[in-house]
Design a binder for this molecule. Structure first.
Ligand code: NI
Length: 187
């Protein structure tokens, strides 16, 4: 297993749409190893999601995992380790919900982003099997943040109010005391 180097905002790999994988590729040693390394990398940086583009691989592949018991994301339901390959997203409820987002590729920054509150994702899992996930609330935002990476979009491009983009340190000092902890996420 290896901890992979992460790409930061400005790197071209984060700005273009990633390509889809074939079934053969999904079952290849290379992709299976990449999934393991991405999982290791995500845990190393205490993330809750990671897209392949963030580790310099322009492939339609992302992972999500977070625990309901974690101190940072309490009462969000939790999501066991999930691998999304060639995901297609459908908005089921356009009503917007806002969360303070962070990103491994945009270190030290937080921004308030509003996204649809309920989505459906059709994808292949790590064995190449078709799956469907319906996500609401916190999970819906995490999923949309990750799948945006595969389209070459970072959370900062989703901001409506640039006064709500700030350094994590200032966020913790001036904003966090006044908001609900449930509204913060960092992938
Ligand atoms: Ni991210």
């Amino acid at each position: 297993m290896s901890i992979l180097k992460t790409a930061r905002m400005g790197h071209p790999v984060l700005q273009k749409r990633a390509r889809e994988l074939t079934k053969e590729e999904v079952n290849s040693l290379r992709i299976q190893q990449l999934i393991k390394d991405m999982h290791e990398t995500m845990k190393e940086y205490s993330g809750i999601g990671l897209a392949a583009t963030q580790v310099h691989e322009s492939l339609q592949l992302a992972i999500i995992e977070f625990s309901d018991e974690s101190e940072r994301y309490p009462n969000q339901g939790g999501q066991s380790f999930t691998v999304f390959i060639n995901p297609k997203i459908t908005v089921l409820d356009e009503a917007l919900q806002g969360y303070w987002e962070g990103c491994l590729s945009v270190p030290e920054l937080r921004g308030f982003v509003e996204r649809p509150r309920k989505v459906q994702v059709d994808y292949w899992d790590e064995t190449g099997k078709s799956q469907t996930l319906v996500a609401e609330g916190f999970l819906a935002t995490v999923v949309q943040h990750e799948l945006d990476h595969l389209e070459g979009i970072l959370f900062v491009e989703r901001l409506r109010d640039y006064k709500k983009l700030m350094f994590t340190e200032e966020f913790e000092r001036h904003w966090a005391p006044h908001i609900k902890t449930e509204s913060v996420l960092s992938d």
